[in-house]
Design a protein around this ligand. Sequence first.
Ligand code: NDP
Length: 313
Amino acid sequence: MAKTSTKCLIIGSGPAGYTAAIYAARAGMEPILYQGEQPGGQLTITTDVENYPGYPEGIMGPQMMTDFQKQAERFGTDVRFGLINKVDFSGEKHLAYVDNGDEVEAEAVIISTGASAKWLGLESEQRLNSKGVSACAVCDGFFFRGQDVVVVGGGDTAAEEASYLAKLCKKVYMLVRRDEMRASNIMQSRVFNAKNIEILWNTEAEEVLGEEAVEGVRVLNNVTGEKKELKATGFFVAIGHKPNTDIFKGWLDMDENGYILTERGTTKTNVEGVFASGDAQDHVYRQAVTAAGTGCMAALDAERYLAAKEVAV
Ligand code: NDP
C-alpha cells in the first residue's frame, strides 16, 4: 500500500479529465490522474467522432482518447490505471483511496468521472452496440440520415433525441412503455408536431434484430400482448444517464439525480479545493467538447485556488 501526495488529483479519464490534466500539467501542478473503470470514458465505446473540432475527417473515439492521453502525458501527467473507490474531504488536504489499497493525498481534486448511459439490458442491445445501437443521437444520428430508426424512452432525453433524429431520418419510432410520457410539455409538443415521429404507446423493445448490424426491432405492446417487428437500422436508447458520483455522496452537494452542483460559471463545488467537470456535473450538453471545456475550467480554477493558498501562507 503506497501513499502519494500531489498538488492536483484528477479522477477520471474522459475528455474532461485529460483536458484538465493537460492544463494542470502545463501549469506545473504535476497532476496525478486515475483512469477509473473505463479508461478513456464513454468515447471508447463509440466509433466515429465527427463533431469534435480539429478533426476534419473525423476520428475514431478510442483513437481520440489515446491522443488526449498522450497529450496529457507529454507535459508530465502521471496517468495511473486504477479506480478511486472512496474519498475523504473532511480535512484541509483531500484523501482518495484506490482499489489496490493505495492512498492519495491532494491539495486540489478535479472530478471528471463522467456519466454512464442506462441500457435496457437486452443481450442483442449489447451485441449490436456501435453497430446501430447507440445512446447518443447527436453523436451518431448523422450515420442514419434518410433511414428509419427507433428511440426508446419517454423522458426529456428521449423526446430531444427523437426530435433531433426526426430532422435527419426518414422515420422515427418512439417506444414509450406507458400511456404517457414523462417529458416536459414543450418537449412532448415538439415530438407531437414532427410529422415523421410515430409514438408507440405501452410498447417495449423485446429484441434488437440483426446479426452484424441493426435491421429491426421486435416490440411488445404490454397492454394487448401484441408483438410486431419494426424495420429500422438505428436503435437509440434514451432512458436516462447515471452520473458516476456515488463515492462523493455525503461530501458534495448534488441534484436529485446525483449530478454534482457547481457554483454558477465555475467548476467549484461546495468543498474548497474540489472541482467538478464534464458529465458528472452536466446533464444538459453531455458532449466531448463541452466536457473538455469544463475540464479546462477546472484546471484553471484549481490553479487559482492553489495560488491563493500559497499567497495566504
Ligand atoms: P428520465 O428519468 O426523466 O426519463 C427516463 C425515461 O425512460 C422515462 O420515460 C422512463 O419511463 C423511461 N424508461 C426508464 N427505464 C426504461 C426501461 N427499462 N424501458 C423503457 N423505458 C424506460 O431521464 P431523462 O434522461 O430523459 O432526463 C433526466 C433529467 O434530465 C430530467 O430531469 C430531464 O428533465 C433532464 N433533461 C432535460 C433536457 C432539456 O431540458 N432539454 C434534456 C434532457 C434531459 P417511465 O416514465 O415509465 O419511468
